[in-house]
Design a protein around this ligand. Structure first.
Ligand code: 3HC
Length: 700
C-alpha cells in the first residue's frame, strides 16, 4: 500500500499520510507528499489538507536515515513545496507533531489540531537542532523567548498552549479530518491569504542581546558539555537579524555539523537503546501480562513513598504498609509534602494533587494487602528482613499477585525462596528519588515466570519509567558497575588526587556532579553502614574504602554533618576545601602503604570510566544484561552519566575497543590483576576489531 493517498472531500484535496508506526518522514513519504502537492495544483480542489493515519501526525525525520548518505527529495524540499503551493494548505494534527513533522506543519499556511495533540521540536534530545526551518519559523510565530524555551528544552507542548503561542491556528475536540476540511472551505470561501510564516519579521526590540545572553547562561548550565543547545540559540538569533533564506542557510550548516557529531551519534544511540531495553529477548509473543489495578507498597519511607507516587500519578490505587500508625502517618505526610512541592512549582494543580492523594491509602496490617494485584517491597536493605516480609506476603496475597522487591543488592532468588510461589517474585529496583528518576531495573530471578517479568516490564512503561532487565548478581547491572566506579575513584584519591581534582575532572568529563561531592550529598555513612554487613570480597581491598571509613568514624558523614570530603557552611551549604580531609587522605595512604604521586585529570577520567566499561563487559559475559545498550540505558537514566557520551558501552565503542582494552591491560600491569582483570569479552572484541554495538546486534 502506498504511504501517501489522495482524495477530494467537499472540494478539498486531502493528502493522507500512512507510514506506521509514527509517520516518520522516510524517503517514500517525502517523495509521496511532493508528488501529491504538485499533482493537486492542477485538479479541481480549492485547498489542501495534510492529515495522517494511525496514532500520530508526522513525528519527525526518520532517525534511522541520519548518518547515511542524504537522498533527495529532502525534508527541506518537501517543506518548500508545501509553502510554495498555490493552493492553501492546512495541516490537520493529531497525536504528536514533532521535529520535522512540526516543521512540516509550520510550512503549511494554517494549522488545525485536536485538543489532545501535542507539538514540539525535540531535536535537541538527539544532539541536533531543528533542520527544516524550525529555528526560523517558531520564533516568527511564538516570539523569541517562547521559541527558545520550546527548542532548547525539546519538550512537547499541548495544543492549547501552542494555540496561545500562535503556533497553531485552531483547536478542535474531535472529528479532526472533517473539522480541517471545513476549516479549509471556510478559509477558501473568505479568500484567505496563503499565510507564509517566512513573511513575518521579528521586531528586534523584542529580542535584545541580554535575552540571548540569559539563554546562553541557562542552557550552558542545564546542558553542560552539549553543543546543539548553544547552536540553537545562534540560529534563533539569526532569525531576528537575517532574512529568512540566510537564516535557513545558517540553520542547515549547524544541523549538518550536529548530525555528524559524536554527541548526536551518542544521543541517537540512546533513543533506540531506550526502546530496545523494554524488549525481553526470547519472550514468546503470546506471553500474558497480568492486569495491575492496585498496588501494595511495603515501607513508607522516602523510597516507598516515591514509588507510591508513580502509581497514583497514573490513576493506580496504592496501599502503603508500615509497621506502626505513626510510621505510616510520617510516610503519608512525606508523600503529601512532595506533591505540595510539585504544586508550588506549578507542575501540578491542586486538584490533580488531591486526585493522586485520594488514591494513596495506608495500613499496618498485612491482611490489608490481600486483594492487591502487585506488591513492591521497599523495606530495610537486609536479606532476613526481606525474607520475613515475603513469607508474610505469601500467606496473605491473592494467587497471581506479583510480588516484587525493590532491593538494590540482595539475592532475589533467596527472597523468592521464602515464598511458595517463586515464579511470581521479581525485582523492581527504583532509583532515588523514585518519583523522578526514569530508570527501573527489573531483576529476573531464576524462577520468575515469563508472565511475571513481562508484567513488571510493561507496568514500567505505564508509570512512565524506562525499564532494563537484569539477572541476579550482587548489585545487578547498575550498582555492580557503580561500585567499581566508586572504588576506582577512591584509588585515584588515595593514590595522589585531591577531592577537588577528582570531582572537577569527572565534572569536566560530563558527569553531573563529581563522585565525592555526590557522596557528601547522599551521606558517606550509608555505604559505611552497608560495608559492615559485606564480606571482604564484596568490600574490595582496604585502599578503596579506608578514607570514607575514617571520615565517618571522625563524624564527617557529608553535608548533613557540615563536613565530609569538603567543609560546608552551616547556613549557605557553600562548599569549600578542607585541609582535614586531605590529612585523612594522606594518613590513610601511609597506613595502607600507598605511595602518593601526581595524577593527571586524564588518567583519573580514563581509570574511572574504564573501570565501568570493564565491569560492564563482565556483566555481558555473565549474561546479567541482555544487551550492551541496556547498560547504557541504566547508566544514563539511573546514574546521571552524560547522555552526550551515550553510556559507558557506547563510549567504549566511540573511543575504540582496542584502545580501551590496551589501557586496561596497562592498568593491570601497574596496579595488579586483582583490581584490573581485563574482561574476556573485551579482549575478544579487541582482537576481532568489533564494537559492543556490533556484538549486541549479532545477538538480537
Ligand atoms: N524515526 C524513526 N523511527 C522512529 C521515530 C523516528 N522519528 N520515532 C519513533 N520511531 C520508532 C521507534 O524507534 C519505535 O520503534 P520500535 O517499535 O521498533 O522500537 C517506534 O517508532 C515507536 O516509537 P515509541 O516506542 O517511542 O512510541 P511511543 O508511542 O511511545 O512514542 C513518539 C511516539 C512520541 C513519536 C516517540 O517515538 C518519539 O518521541 N519519537 C521521536 C520524535 C523525534 O525525536 N523527532 C525528531 C526527529 S529529528 C528531526 O525531525 C530532524 C528535523 O528537524 C530535520
Amino acid at each position: 500500500m502506498s504511504v501517501v493517498s489522495y482524495e477530494i472531500i467537499d472540494g478539498v484535496g486531502v493528502i493522507r499520510l500512512n507510514n506506521p508506526p509514527v509517520n516518520a518522514l522516510s524517503y517514500a513519504l517525502r517523495e509521496g507528499i511532493i508528488d501529491a502537492v504538485n499533482a493537486a495544483q492542477a485538479d479541481a480542489s480549492r485547498a489542501l489538507v495534510i492529515v495522517c493515519d494511525g496514532r500520530t501526525f508526522v513525528a519527525g525525520a526518520d532517525i534511522t536515515e541520519f548518518g547515511k548518505p542524504a537522498r533527495e527529495p529532502s525534508t527541506t524540499t518537501v517543506i518548500a513545496t508545501i509553502e510554495q503551493s498555490a493552493k492553501l494548505v492546512v495541516a490537520a494534527i493529531h497525536g504528536t507533531a514533532l521535529g520535522g513533522g512540526f516543521e512540516l506543519a509550520l510550512a503549511c499556511h494554517y494549522r488545525c489540531a485536536l485538543s489532545s495533540a501535542k507539538v514540539g521540536l525535540p531535536e535537541v534530545k538527539l544532539g541536533l537542532l531543528p533542520g527544516a526551518g524550525g529555528t526560523q519559523r517558531a520564533p516568527r510565530l511564538a516570539g523569541v523567548d517562547a521559541a527558545l524555551e520550546l527548542i532548547t528544552s525539546g519538550n512537547a507542548i499541548s495544543a492549547s498552549k501552542a494555540l496561545s503561542l500562535n503556533l497553531i491556528d485552531r483547536v478542535v475536540d474531535d472529528e479532526l479530518l472533517a473539522a480541517a476540511v471545513s476549516y479549509a472551505v471556510e478559509l477558501a470561501d473568505a479568500g484567505a491569504e496563503l499565510k507564509k510564516v517566512r513573511d513575518i519579521s521579528i521586531d528586534p526590540a523584542t529580542a535584545p542581546a541580554e535575552l540571548f545572553d540569559k539563554w546562553r547562561k541557562t542552557v550552558g548550565k542545564k546542558a553542560r558539555g552539549q553543543t546543539a543547545p548553544l547552536l540553537i540559540i545562534d540560529c534563533v538569533a539569526a532569525a531576528v537579524t537575517l532574512p529568512m533564506d540566510e537564516g535557513l542557510v545558517q540553520e542547515r550548516a549547524h544541523f549538518t555539523s550536529c548530525v555528524s557529531s559524536p554527541q548526536s551519534a551518542a544521543m541517537r544511540h540512546l533513543f533506540f537503546a531506550e526502546r530496545a531495553s523494554a524488549k525481553i529477548k526470547g519472550l514468546a509473543k503470546d506471553t500474558a501480562v497480568r492486569e495491575v489495578k492496585s498496588v501494595g507498597i511495603i515501607g513508607g519511607g522516602t523510597m516507598g513513598g516515591g514509588i507510591a507516587m508513580n502509581f497514583a500519578n497514573v490513576g493506580i490505587a496504592v496501599t502503603i504498609l508500615e509497621v506502626s500508625g505513626e510510621a505510616l502517618q510520617r510516610g503519608l505526610d512525606l508523600v503529601r509534602k512532595n506533591y505540595g512541592i510539585t504544586v508550588s512549582k506549578g507542575k501540578l494543580s491542586e486538584q490533580q494533587m488531591n486526585d493522586c492523594l485520594a488514591l494513596i491509602d495506608g495500613t499496618t496490617d498485612y491482611e490489608g494487602l490481600c486483594d492487591v494485584d502487585m506488591i513492591i517491597e521497599a523495606a530495610f536493605e537486609n536479606l532476613e528482613v526481606k525474607q520475613q516480609i515475603f513469607a508474610k506476603l505469601d500467606a496473605v496475597c491473592k494467587p497471581g499477585a506479583i510480588l516484587a522487591t525493590n532491593t538494590s543488592y540482595q539475592d532475589v532468588d533467596q527472597i523468592a525462596a521464602a515464598t511458595s510461589r517463586p515464579e511470581d517474585v521479581v525485582g523492581m529496583h527504583f532509583f532515588s528519588p523514585a518519583n523522578v528518576m526514569k530508570l527501573l531495573e527489573v531483576v529476573r530471578g531464576e524462577k520468575s515466570s515469563p508472565v511475571t517479568v513481562n508484567t513488571a516490564m510493561k507496568i514500567a512503561k505505564t508509570i512512565n519509567k524506562i525499564p532494563a532487565l537484569a539477572g541476579v548478581c550482587y548489585g545487578f547491572i547498575g550498582n555492580r558497575m557503580f561500585r567499581n566506579y566508586i572504588a576506582e575513584t577512591q584509588r585515584c584519591l588515595i593514590g595522589g588526587g585531591t577531592p577537588e581534582q577528582i570531582d572537577n575532572a569527572m565534572q569536566q568529563w560530563g558527569m553531573a556532579m563529581g563522585p565525592l561531592s555526590v557522596n557528601d550529598l547522599s551521606g558517606i555513612d550509608i555505604s559505611y553502614a552497608a560495608r559492615q554487613t559485606q564480606t571482604q570480597e564484596q568490600k574490595g581491598e582496604p585502599a578503596c574504602y579506608a578514607i570514607p571509613d575514617a571520615l565517618v568514624e571522625m563524624g564527617r558523614k557529608g553535608q548533613k554533618t557540615g563536613a565530609g570530603y569538603y567543609r560546608y557552611d552551616a547556613k549557605t551549604r557553600a562548599k569549600s576545601s578542607d585541609p582535614i580531609a586531605m590529612e585523612v587522605v594522606e594518613a590513610m595512604a601511609a597506613k595502607h602503604g600507598v605511595e602518593r604521586r601526581p595524577i593527571s585529570d586524564e588518567e583519573i577520567q580514563n581509570r574511572v570510566i574504564y573501570a565501568l566499561i570493564n565491569e560492564g563487559a563482565k556483566i555481558l559475559e555473565d549474561g546479567i544484561a541482555q544487551r550492551p545498550s541496556d547498560i547504557d540505558v541504566v547508566f544514563t537514566n539511573g546514574y546521571a552519566f552524560p547522555v552526550f557520551r551515550g553510556g559507558p558501552m557506547h563510549y567504549a565503542d566511540a573511543v575504540g575497543i582496542k584502545k580501551v582494552y590496551d589501557s586496561i591491560c596497562s592498568y593491570r600491569d601497574q596496579f595488579g590483576e586483582a583490581i584490573w582483570k581485563p574482561s574476556a569479552l573485551l579482549a575478544q572484541l579487541a582482537s576481532e576489531g568489533k564494537t559492543f554495538n556490533q556484538w549486541g546486534q549479532e545477538r538480537e
